[in-house]
Design a binder for this molecule. Structure first.
Ligand SMILES: NC(=O)c1ccc[n+]([C@@H]2O[C@H](COP(=O)([O-])OP(=O)(O)OC[C@H]3O[C@@H](n4cnc5c(N)ncnc54)[C@H](OP(=O)(O)O)[C@@H]3O)[C@@H](O)[C@H]2O)c1
Length: 324
């Protein structure tokens, strides 16, 4: 492991009950890390510096993976920009600083592909960060994430702290957030289409033309990339983590339709906004470290639908206690 030499380092996964954090905890254990720890939000509020201080003092992790954040889709981001900028700045500042001060040897900070400038060229390369105006609907969240990346770079430069940032594309998977007010594209489509199937709706409506292209990565593939970064990368440049290929929203909706078993047609409402025409990450740096995704979208979405049906909508609330 680059910069981390003990045989079984204590790895603290902040946000271990979430989509990304739960997958990262599983991947670390699969890889043989025997000392992976986490603390549920109910017992440790990372926005509160005293609580973070006490946890790091007691736990003294060797490695910190910062996968805790206030996360949401377009509705949540537009309705609660103050919560998104405040909570995320607080969580990052508290955790990155405590990790350094309490002697962690490495930290990985999760940024996001949605912090690139709205009109950056495609595919998105790491050097395009901060090269133009942001998408206004989530600019508060994006500014917080950009500050986290700068903080990692500043701690590396001033203190020699091995803090690394990664930029994941859209993630999905069995432990996703299916709450319709908060969810992202795939869990939102799954939940709404499953409801439409149960009600016996004749057709299914999707906002926009269906033509924008987007990229999606299974959380387990992402988690393997985090293990690769942990073991093989120590640098100031953030690293994109993506599937390397994209598809249209119309194609995605058809995959979800097959997985859910909805039989009616999908109707696109082109009067509603489409957003950015394309969002695809350039991923040669992470691939050069030896990582490649393994889970195809058809298979991953079918599994996610299965997991969603097993626990229904209650999963979003249950996963918090189930994983704690
Ligand atoms: N999902 C994606 O498509 C995607 C794409 C790019 C980047 N990312 C990044 O990946 C990271 C994780 O995202 P995710 O999708 O896994 O989100 P998630 O499923 O909502 O998980 C977030 C985790 O953070 C915890 N958390 C939130 N606020 C906290 C607080 N104040 N104190 C302690 N814990 C807190 C949550 O616990 P509770 O649920 O109990 O609050 C949960 O465990 C984020 O930094 C996000 O920006 C995600």
């Amino acid at each position: 492991m680059s910069g981390v030499t003990s045989i079984s380092p204590r790895v603290y996964v902040a946000g271990h009950t979430g989509l990304a954090g739960s997958a990262i905890s599983r991947a670390l254990k699969r890889r043989g890390y025997a000392n992976v720890v986490g603390e549920p939000h109910a017992r440790l509020d990372l926005t509160l510096p005293q609580q973070v201080e006490r946890y790091f003092d007691e736990t003294r992790p060797d490695v910190v993976i910062l996968a805790a954040a206030l996360v949401g889709g377009i509705i949540a981001n537009s309705e609660r920009p103050a919560d998104f900028i405040r909570n995320n700045l607080q969580i990052q500042t508290n955790v990155i600083d405590a990790a350094y001060r309490f002697g962690a040897r490495k930290l990985i900070f999760l940024g996001s592909s949605c912090i690139y400038p709205k009109l950056a060229p495609q595919p998105l390369r790491e050097e395009y960060l901060l090269s133009g105006p942001l998408e206004p609907t989530n600019d508060a969240y994006a500014i917080a994430k950009l500050a986290g990346i700068k903080m990692c770079q500043a701690y590396r430069r001033q203190y020699g702290f091995d803090a690394v940032s990664v930029l994941p594309t859209n993630l999905y998977g069995p432990n996703d957030n299916f709450d319709p007010r908060a969810s992202h594209v795939i869990p939102g489509l799954i939940r709404r289409m499953d409801d439409a199937r149960t009600r016996g709706d004749a057709s299914f409506g999707v906002w926009g033309s269906g033509r924008p292209r987007r990229e999606f990565l299974h959380a387990d593939d992402f988690a393997d990339a985090i293990v690769t970064v942990l073991e093989n990368y120590s640098g100031e440049e953030p690293i994109n983590i993506g599937a390397g290929e994209d598809l249209t929203i119309a194609e995605l909706a058809q995959i979800v339709r097959r997985a859910v078993g909805f039989e009616g047609p999908i109707e696109f409402d082109a009067s509603k906004p489409d957003g950015t025409p394309r969002k695809l990450l350039e991923t040669s740096p992470i691939r050069a470290l030896g990582w490649a995704p393994k889970i195809g979208l058809e298979q991953g979405i079918a599994e996610t639908v299965g997991a969603f049906r097993e626990s229904g909508f209650a999963r979003f609330d249950q996963r918090r206690s189930a994983n704690s």
